[in-house]
Design a protein around this ligand. Structure first.
Ligand code: DAH
Length: 348
C-alpha cells in the first residue's frame, strides 16, 4: 500500500516538485512579458516539462496514478494562474501597451453638457411669470384657416391691417399663422369665461430676413376674460410682468395704437434697461423700448366666439420672444438665434 509519504517520494513527484520550484524561481526573476512566455513554454508548452509528465501518466502504476495525476494537475494549474497574474501586473506597468499617441499628461477632454436653446428658455420664462399670476398655458396649430388668423379676429377681408401679416399660403385655403393671437378664437370657442391663458408658439411671415426680421419667429400671446375687466387690470398685470422679467426698477408706458382685435389698443414701452431711461444706442436715445402690443378685446371677437360682450370683457397682449430676448441680452441680430453657432448659444 502507498501512503502520501511514499507518493511524495516517487520519482515523478520528486521531479514535479523540482520543476515547480524551478518555475517559481524563474517567475520571481521575470521582468518582462517575453520571459514569462519562455517560462510558460518551458513548463507548460506542448513539449514542456510538466506537460511531458502528464503525457507519461498512463505508464504509472494504476493504484497511484490518480493521486499523481491530481498532484500534476494542481501544479500545472497553479503555475498557469501565477503566470497569468504576473502577466497582468507587467502589462499594467508597461507604457508601451498604451494606445499609440496617448499622452497621460494631457488635460482631460471636456464633455459638453447640452442646455435649452435661449429662445426656448426665454419663452418659458415669459410664460412662467404669467402662470405665477394664475394664467393657464395653451398651444395651437401652426397651420390655420383664414378664419382663425384673420376673420375671427376682426380683420375684414381687404383691410390694410392684413398687409403687415403677409404669410405663406398652402393648398385648400390654409396658411401658416402670423401670430399666436389665433388662440383667442380657439380657446373662447371651446371654453366659457372666466378664463386667463398664455399661448406661446412659432409664427410665420413672408418677410425678407435682416437683422431684426425673420420669416419664422416666436410669440407669446395672453388674454383674460371675466366680468368687469378694465384697462387698469391690463396695465397692472403687464407692469407686474415687466418688473418680474426685466427688473423691479423698469417702468412701463402705454401708447395708443391700433389692432383690429382690440379696442382700445396700445403699445407697451419699457424704460431702457441699459441706460435706465437716459438714452443710449439700444433705445435710440429715446429712453424707451417698445416690447408688446395690447388692448381690450374687441366686442366683435367676443361675439364671433359666442361670448356676450354685454356681460364679459377682457384684455389681451402679445409679444415677440426674439425681440424680448434681444433686448434682455443685448443681441443685435435676430439671425444669431437660428445659426446654431455654439459661440453665440453658449453665452446666454
Ligand atoms: N398679434 C399682434 C401682432 O402679431 C400682437 C398683439 C397685439 C397681440 C395686441 C395681442 C394684442 O394679443 O392684444 O402684431
Amino acid at each position: 500500500m502507498y501512503n502520501d509519504e511514499t507518493i511524495e517520494n516517487t520519482e515523478v513527484v520528486i521531479q514535479l516538485r523540482t520543476f515547480a520550484e524551478e518555475a517559481k524561481k524563474k517567475l520571481a526573476e521575470a521582468k518582462d512579458i517575453k520571459s514569462l512566455e519562455e517560462i510558460r513554454v518551458q513548463f507548460l508548452g506542448k513539449n514542456g516539462d510538466i506537460t511531458n509528465i502528464l503525457k507519461q501518466l498512463g505508464s504509472i502504476e494504476a493504484d497511484i496514478r490518480p493521486k499523481i495525476g491530481k498532484i500534476t494537475n494542481d501544479i500545472r494549474n497553479a503555475l498557469s494562474s501565477t503566470i497569468d497574474q504576473k502577466k497582468e501586473e507587467l502589462e499594467s506597468k508597461d507604457e508601451s501597451n498604451l494606445p499609440l499617441g496617448w499622452d497621460p499628461t494631457l488635460p482631460g477632454r471636456q464633455q459638453l453638457v447640452g442646455k435649452m436653446h435661449p429662445l426656448t428658455r426665454v419663452q418659458q420664462e415669459i410664460c412662467d411669470i404669467f402662470k405665477s399670476f394664475g394664467f393657464d398655458q395653451v398651444e395651437g396649430p401652426d397651420v390655420e384657416t383664414d378664419y382663425y388668423n384673420f376673420k375671427g379676429l376682426n380683420f375684414p377681408e381687404d383691410h390694410p391691417a392684413r398687409d403687415a401679416h403677409d404669410t405663406f399660403y398652402l393648398d385648400g385655403g390654409l396658411l401658416l399663422r402670423t401670430h399666436t393671437t389665433t388662440l383667442q378664437v380657439h380657446v373662447l370657442e371651446k371654453h366659457r369665461p372666466p378664463l386667463k391663458v398664455v399661448a406661446p408658439g412659432k409664427v410665420y411671415r413672408n418677410e425678407a430676413v435682416d437683422a431684426t426680421h425673420h420669416h419664422i419667429f416666436h410669440q407669446v400671446d395672453g388674454f383674460l376674460v371675466a366680468e368687469g375687466v378694465h384697462f387698469g387690470n391690463l396695465k397692472g398685470i403687464l407692469d407686474n410682468w415687466v418688473k418680474k422679467f426685466f427688473g423691479s426698477k423698469v417702468e412701463t408706458r402705454f401708447r395708443p395704437s391700433f389692432f383690429p382685435f382690440t379696442e382700445p389698443s396700445a403699445e407697451v414701452d419699457i424704460s431702457c434697461v441699459f441706460c435706465q431711461g437716459k438714452g443710449c444706442r439700444i433705445c435710440k436715445q429715446s429712453g424707451w423700448v417698445e416690447i408688446m402690443g395690447c388692448g381690450m378685446i374687441h366686442p366683435a371677437v367676443l361675439e364671433n366666439c359666442k361670448v356676450d360682450p354685454e356681460k364679459w370683457s377682457g384684455f389681451a397682449f402679445g409679444m415677440g420672444v426674439e425681440r424680448v430676448a434681444m433686448f434682455k441680452y443685448d443681441i443685435d441680430d435676430i439671425r444669431l438665434f437660428y445659426q446654431n453657432d455654439l459661440r453665440f448659444l453658449k453665452q446666454i
